[in-house]
Design a protein. Structure first.
Length: 94
C-alpha cells in the first residue's frame, strides 16, 4: 500500500506542479497531502518539509492575482502548511 500511495501522490503532485499556478488551492492542497504522506508513512521528514517550504515560497508572490474566494482558500491552506512545519520542528518555517 505504501508503494502505491507513494506513486499516486508523486503523480498527482507532479501534475499539480506542472499544470496549476503556484497559489492554486488545489495545487497547495495536493502538495500538503503529499507532504503529510511522506512525513507519516515514508518517514521522509526533510523531503516533506522541503515540499512545503517550496510551495509557500512559490505561492506567496502569486496571491494578489487570485479572486477573494480563491485567496481565502489559499491562505487557509498556507496556514495549514505553516502549522505542519511548526509541528514537524522545522527551524526554517516561513
Amino acid at each position: 500500500m505504501t508503494i502505491a500511495g507513494h506513486d499516486a501522490y508523486s503523480r498527482s503532485t507532479k501534475l499539480a506542479i506542472d499544470y496549476l499556478n503556484p497559489c492554486d488551492p488545489i495545487r497547495l492542497g495536493t502538495i500538503l497531502n503529499s507532504a503529510i504522506f511522506s512525513y507519516e508513512y515514508l518517514n521522509s521528514i526533510e523531503t516533506a518539509q522541503e515540499m512545503l517550504r517550496t510551495a509557500v515560497r512559490e505561492a506567496r508572490p502569486e496571491l494578489a492575482e487570485l479572486n477573494d474566494d480563491e485567496r481565502s482558500t489559499a491562505l487557509s491552506i498556507l496556514e495549514s502548511i505553516r502549522t505542519n512545519l511548526v509541528l514537524w520542528g522545522d527551524d526554517n518555517t516561513l
